[in-house]
Design a protein around this ligand. Sequence first.
Ligand code: IMP
Length: 208
Amino acid sequence: MPRLIEGKLVIATHNPGKLWEIATLLKPYGIDAVSAGDLGLPEPEETGLTFIANAELKALASAKGSGLPAIADDSGLCVDALDGAPGIYSARYAGESRDFAFAMQKLEKEIADRGATPPFHAHFVSAISLAWPDGKTLSFEGKVFGTLVFPPRGGLGFGYDPVFLPNGHDKTFGEMWAVEKHSIPVDGSEALSHRARAFQAFAKTCLE
Ligand code: IMP
């Protein structure tokens, strides 16, 4: 059966970090990745109410704007004691200046205000959507479960990494190198991060 994706694919992001990460994951599959930013495509507002809805609207905007298949992701942290918040609002929770030291303090305070006691269960979610110019879409989700630790630990990674301790590990994401968190094991076993897990599901259906 032919692969779902061959040749050129638009990565629907203007974020250089995300672009690099997705382009690196796509490299072994011989995909010619080009970014929405490089094509001058506008970035739509994230008005969806789920991770998949937001990933889909970003992928669709790039696919329709370029005439090529496009891939987009949307992700965030869901905290049980906060009924799943900040969830799809994880970036916005860090304020206009995207200050994650402030966001992690705010999380600690809001969890304490709810009277919750440790362990503070939480999970990261990543949705990856693929869209075609005719409006067809395919979406995949990856999750990683763990607990939140305060104060934050480690200076690696980004966002909420220093407070997230994945289940079965003794280092937070902030204490792990990117390769440990985001790489796809060559033996076919499950990756660790939510994004790498969503990518594994996408690759299995669309690239293999
Ligand atoms: P978006 O996917 O660009 O909408 O942003 C999601 C937000 O969730 C990011 O700004 C981060 O704050 C947070 N986030 C998503 N994935 C991770 C991760 O792997 N580590 C730390 N924070 C993350």
